[in-house]
Design a protein around this ligand. Structure first.
Ligand code: LLP
Length: 428
């Protein structure tokens, strides 16, 4: 899906821009985000929802995957709503001009200040737990639009850190408390409960778990109707996986949406319920494949008969996914695109940590220090999880489209790093 090609200088081009030239202009490491790929994924979701779901629908972008002004503005301009999970993400989406009626605020431990910001902004709040429900009932002076997040008790095959739908998850209300929950909400009209939400996990390749989820959620609607809560909206969460390697084989956006829509329609027909408005909230499958990270190759360490390390000028601070989830990525050398892959090396980051390995076994052409090394599909949960470990400034990000590149995140500077440091007087 990425608009990538190789030019006559044997260099990688993304969105019509030569990656090596981008690094020269904007520095290294550099996140390079392809606008067309983001827009295409948004459209695929929207069009699939429109064609497979007979009722009303809305696609939300789960902005935890990459939340920044430019990204919020792009997805909003494609007609998507946005899922935010903190005051900071909410603030960013609002500053990007996203309309509050398309903002959904998640989180399992929202602070009072965050809840107040949410109420004031007019977004919909996805309520996760009893404390939040009680706090909202206490502080709201006008009806607040809420969804209830429920734990559906559905298992899926993905890394244990990114599974959320199983019963011992920290997220959402346990299905055992539904009677009590629906009773409480129906007795507090200030809580304008318009819908139910569940999310079962991330980087999922099977479609069955989401089909099972449809049935479970529609059962929850029937139950709510016993308490005079007319649920008009279901949000089935996100979770569709993307290809990080050749062997990854997720369903297409179209196939995934079709499966979810059909399952909801069937479940509603079986229970003779009207179709709710349907929401889904993909993050990774909107932004993941749209970005690459370009680095500059530095030192080389050869340990005879064991391993060759190539070090790059970034690592776990700009992409914490390999060290956190053992994630695997594809890579290329941007200035040697058609040279034969003659060696297998280990790509090490520059952090003071042995585990700071971006790619264990990378098949590369013969490289030299100064070459531009590119990791593919770094759009999701890279920038958003980036840190300043070792006081390394976060990279810049550029948006590329039709041969033009524009900065969307400035590179952090050393001044940025100490901006919030305070030196007690007696130490000066
Ligand atoms: N909705 C909710 C309530 C979520 O918790 C998430 C992801 C999504 C939607 C979007 O899921 P997606 O479509 O992106 O799979 N940092 C991890 C992923 C954490 C996912 C957290 N929740 C990683 O790098 O793999």
């Amino acid at each position: 899906p990425l608009s990538a090609q190789v030019n006559s200088q044997d260099c990688l081009e993304i969105g019509g821009c030569d990656v090596t030239a981008l690094v020269e202009q904007f520095g290294s490491p550099l996140y390079i985000l392809d606008e067309m790929t983001v827009r295409t994924a948004c459209r695929q979701y929207r069009e699939a929802m429109a064609s497979y779901y007979p009722g009303e629908s809305l696609v939300l972008y789960a902005s935890k995957a990459w939340n920044s002004l430019a990204v919020c503005a792009i997805v909003a301009s494609e007609g998507l709503g946005i899922d935010v999970v903190s005051g900071g993400e909410l603030y960013t989406a609002l500053q990007a001009g996203v309309s509050p009626d398309k903002l959904y605020f998640h989180g399992n431990n929202k602070s009072s200040a965050e809840l107040e910001l949410a109420i004031e902004s007019g977004c919909t709040i996805v309520v996760d737990n009893w404390l939040e429900l009680q706090t909202l009932a206490n502080i709201a002076t006008e009806p607040v639009r809420i969804l209830l997040r429920l734990t559906p008790g559905i298992e899926c095959h993905t890394h244990e850190y990114i599974r959320t739908g199983h019963l011992d998850s920290k997220f959402g209300f346990d299905p055992n408390v539904l009677d009590e929950l629906f009773r409480f909400v129906s007795q507090h009209p200030i809580l304008n409960c318009i819908g139910l939400h569940a999310h079962i996990g991330s980087q999922i390749f099977e479609s069955q778990p989401h089909k099972d989820l449809a049935g479970v959620l529609v059962d929850f609607i029937s139950k709510a109707s016993q308490y005079d809560l007319p649920i008009q909206l279901l949000n089935v969460g996100g979770g569709l996986g993307i290809c990080y390697t050749e062997s990854d084989d997720p369903p297409s956006i179209d196939a995934w949406v079709k499966g979810v829509c059909e399952a909801i329609v069937t479940a509603c027909e079986e229970r003779q319920l009207p179709l709710p408005k349907l929401l889904c909230e993909p993050g990774r499958s909107i932004i993941g494949s749209a970005c690459v990270t370009a680095y500059t190759i530095g030192t080389r360490k050869e340990i005879p008969e064991i391993r060759t390390y190539l070090a790059i000028d970034g690592g776990m601070s700009d992409n914490p996914r390999p060290i956190t989830y053992q994630s695997v990525y594809r890579c290329v050398v941007a200035n040697r695109m058609s040279q034969p892959l003659t060696e297998t090396v280990t790509i090490a980051g520059k952090h003071c940590e042995s585990g700071d390995i971006l790619i264990k076994e990378a098949k590369l052409p013969q490289t030299e220090s100064g070459d531009i090394f590119v990791v593919m599909s770094t759009g999701a949960y890279n920038y958003s999880m980036a840190s300043n470990y070792n006081r390394i400034p976060r990279p810049a990000a550029v948006l590329v489209a039709e041969g033009e590149a524009e900065l969307i995140l400035q590179r952090e500077t050393y001044q940025d790093l100490i901006r919030h440091d305070c030196l007690p007087k007696r130490l000066t």
